[in-house]
Design a binder for this molecule. Structure first.
Ligand SMILES: *Cc1c(COP(=O)(O)O)cnc(C)c1O
Length: 413
């Protein structure tokens, strides 16, 4: 770990205050040109006594704008103090989590995984257009059927086709021959450039795609491609549960990653992280953005600096070891549930390094779904799966209630 440390509450507070000191202070400085201010004083009064002990709330009231991308070129000087904290977050994620060479990436904290995924697709679409003179009709996105719907959303927005690869029903894995045939057909129909999205844990199953499967097939068929990892859900758990892994930015074929801080990390909504290797993000430069200092390289415009600081504060309040302990407890609870389901002979899918258990719906009646707020794979009447996600608040006590209810059902059958 090069960047990730654990700080004491005092250190956290002093680093946040120091960052805010390097920003414009709308309460005291003369600042005439920005369409921005601190948060409304009637509601967010800045002399509230509890703010003294709450550095992050002071950051919310100060209301820094993190518009733009701060890993490349100039940025708005008014918020340079807190931009530094965002860069620290990106260093931790890119280098310490995903094995990128220090300094060899660009990125920003987007509104969420949806935006980060669309940003990736946008970067690659334009990369193929700018560098290979590709027509939109020659570019295709390829991903598994368990891929998050932000990918078809991006395909629609960007006007490029989406190839859905079926997976094996039990293992949720893409079969090589299936992928090969799909790409071969697409190639024969004129597709030359492929954007593969490889999941580091799908939303419904927690299944993890092998990015090297995409590499093998796309290389065998001799087509140009880029690979994006969607680690929106798994990014804060899989790299730790799996140990050092080849699914990272050290893999020369992987160019970008999405990681949501507002899922496993429990940061406020609006904290999806986009990271890509150097030399790519320029493909989405909007030259018309002249009033913002620096290059406009992001899908969103204005965005919350306080959110970036919340991610920073959570990460640095744990540090790697305490975070590993937290993940380990969650995985133990997940294993407990799986052991119980095994004893009850209820079928399920679970990736051994993930905290999602997706049960086959035939063992689970509708009342149980409702009472325990299980999430079905689909709401269209054809559902075959229900999932349990072992988040921080899901304790063995709660899982035990579900298991007891299932046992009772079995006994009465
Ligand atoms: C949640 C999720 C997304 C979308 O993230 P939002 O933050 O809801 O926009 C994308 N991909 C995966 C795998 C996810 O789990």
């Amino acid at each position: 770990m090069q960047y990730w440390k654990k700080y004491s509450p005092e250190e956290l507070a002093s680093k946040i205050d120091n960052a805010l000191k390097h920003n414009v202070d709308f309460s005291h400085d003369i600042s005439l040109g920005y369409p921005a201010s601190k948060l409304d004083g009637n509601v967010f009064y800045d002399n509230a006594p509890f703010l003294k002990d709450a550095p992050l709330l002071r950051a919310y009231v100060a209301n820094p704008n993190h518009i733009g991308c701060h890993t490349l070129g100039e940025s708005e000087h008014a918020f340079s103090g807190t931009h530094e904290l965002e860069k620290e977050v990106l260093n931790v994620l890119a280098v310490d989590f995903f094995n990128c060479k220090p300094g060899n990436f660009d990125g920003y904290i987007a509104t969420g995984g949806t935006e980060a995924n669309i940003q990736a697709l946008w970067v690659y679409r334009n990369h193929f257009v700018n560098n290979h003179d590709a027509k939109f009709s020659e570019i295709a996105i390829v991903a598994s059927e368990d891929t998050h719907y932000s990918i078809p959303k991006g395909s629609n927005l960007l006007g490029i086709d989406y190839i859905i690869t079926p997976v094996d029903f039990e293992t949720r894995m893409i079969q090589k021959e299936v992928l090969f045939d799909l790409i071969k057909t697409a190639k024969s129909e004129g597709k030359k450039y492929f954007i593969a999205v490889s999941n580091m844990a799908t939303t419904m199953f927690g299944s993890v795609d092998d990015p090297n499967l995409f590499v093998d097939v796309l290389q065998e068929l001799d087509v140009d491609f880029k690979i994006h990892i969607d680690a929106a859900f798994g990014g804060f758990i899989y790299p730790f549960s799996k140990g050092n892994d080849e699914i990272g930015l050290n893999n020369p074929h992987i160019s970008s990653i999405t990681i949501d801080a507002h899922k496993m990390l429990q940061a406020p909504y609006g904290t999806g992280v986009f990271i890509c290797k150097k030399g790519l993000i320029q493909n989405v430069l909007t030259k018309e953005a002249q009033y913002v200092n620096g290059m406009d390289l992001t899908l969103s415009g204005s965005r919350s600096g306080a959110n970036a600081m919340a991610v920073w504060m959570i990460l640095f309040s744990y540090g790697p070891h305490t975070w590993f302990e937290k993940i380990s407890v969650i995985l133990m609870r997940t294993q407990w549930l799986c052991d119980q389901l095994d004893m009850l002979r209820i079928g399920y899918y679970r990736h051994s390094k993930m905290n999602i258990v997706t049960m086959k719906s035939d063992g689970i009646p509708h009342e149980i779904e409702e009472e325990y707020d299980l999430v079905p794979e689909t709401h269209d009447g054809n559902n075959k799966w229900y999932k349990v996600v072992i988040m921080d608040h899901v304790e063995v006590n709660h899982l035990e209630k579900l298991i007891d209810a299932l046992k009772e059902l079995k006994a009465n059958q």
